[in-house]
Design a protein. Sequence first.
Length: 141
Amino acid sequence: MSEKEIVKRVIEGEIAFYEILVRRYNPVLYKVGRSYNFNHQDTEDLMQETFIGAFLNLEKFQFRASFKTWISRIMLNNCYHKRNKLHTSNEYIKSMEDHKESINKHTYNDVEEKMRSRELNRIVEQALLKIPLEYRLVFTM
């Protein structure tokens, strides 16, 4: 049975014929997903999204190209969107890590500054205790 006949029968309501298309184009879509360097599980998820999306929009298929070309294009678009989503997500994570690093560095500098200030106060207080009281009053005013 030709691809065109199968698609027409699915559109007419004989949805069991869609399984033939799934089995026929499963290896094709798998190669597309793996060509984007997605792992096995991600590729299978993308294939499922593609087959479901194609099924739900099968009435829009206009037979200008082959079904193989149409469903491959859907898979390519899904791969492209997933890659962009991952890229954007990775940029966000990197941005958050950079921000965290900046906060930690700033916090570290604040703590270090407080420790230096306390040490300086301790040294000044010890020095003041060594001078006579009348001179000490000048420094403490």
